[in-house]
Write a new protein. Structure first.
Length: 260
């Protein structure tokens, strides 16, 4: 099967709201600077466009401080879009806000009905399977419901465990191409990527693991020079985006867009 896992044409993003300063965070590392975050977000959108994306840029949602992290609301596949059911109660309403946009872009929409929960940040789609991490936001019931939907599309799902203290599965990994994964050492050590080619983040640069491959570019957070050097040595064309403010809310490159 030809690997088309990173061949995209569209992306959906949402502008950060002023309420972002009240966003969820595992550890308080400071209040995000909205103006700086807006600058970073604009650079992110511009890079997606440079990579060939037609970007749908949605308006900010003041009622939902974390709504900039659109990836958690849906899983977008060639077969259709699946609306998620976030594990953070304050984020539940974000899915209803995203649904009309996806209905305008997809003919087929499915939804996780519950009672389980699942967020897009815990889902990694490779050329051979869909890997889903059980985490604080994604539970076994949500994974089972997603597996049932994906089975109707002949897509196998494999459940894995997220390391203790890690918010989402993709906090610690990302897809570089159909069979190559960028991962932290702590996640790769679990054996969940056995059979894949794995490039490890450099020691102390674990936050670099959340990157995205969009067509010819690997888009990663700036500030991780050793990991960037490893990726360049492996032949990837990098674009580095400042991410200091989203990082204060546990956000990375994949969190900021839906890509399909």
């Amino acid at each position: 099967m030809r690997d088309t896992s990173w061949q995209f044409t569209r992306a959906v993003t949402r502008r950060p709201a002023a309420s972002i300063t009240a966003g969820l965070r595992a550890v308080d590392t400071g209040t995000p600077d909205l103006a700086l975050m807006l600058d970073h977000h604009a650079a992110y959108v511009a890079t997606l466009k440079e990579a060939g994306a037609e970007v749908t840029e949605l308006a900010a949602l003041d009622a939902f401080p974390d709504a900039v992290f659109v990836e958690d609301t849906a899983l977008c596949l060639p077969e259709g879009a699946i609306l998620m059911r976030p594990g953070a109660p304050s984020r539940m309403g974000e899915v209803a806000e995203m649904a009309p946009t996806l209905r305008g872009l997809y003919d087929r929409i499915r939804a996780i009905e519950g009672p389980g929960t699942i967020e897009g940040g815990d889902i990694l789609v490779t050329s051979r399977e869909v890997l889903v991490g059980q985490s604080a936001r994604t539970n076994s019931e949500g994974i089972a419901e997603l597996a049932a939907i994906l089975a109707t599309w002949n897509r196998p799902l494999r459940e894995v465990r997220v390391p203790k203290g890690v918010l989402h599965f993709k906090t610690d990994c990302s897809l570089l191409d159909g069979d190559t994964i960028l991962a932290t050492g702590r996640l790769a050590a679990s054996g969940c990527f056995d059979g894949y080619r794995v490039i490890l983040t450099a020691p102390g640069e674990e936050a670099a693991a959340n990157a995205i491959r969009y067509n010819r570019f690997v888009i990663m957070a700036a500030g991780f020079p050793e990991t960037a050097a490893r990726l360049r040595a492996a032949g990837y064309d990098l674009r580095e985006i400042a991410n200091s403010e989203c990082a204060k809310l546990d956000g990375g490159m994949s969190c900021l867009s839906l890509r399909f």
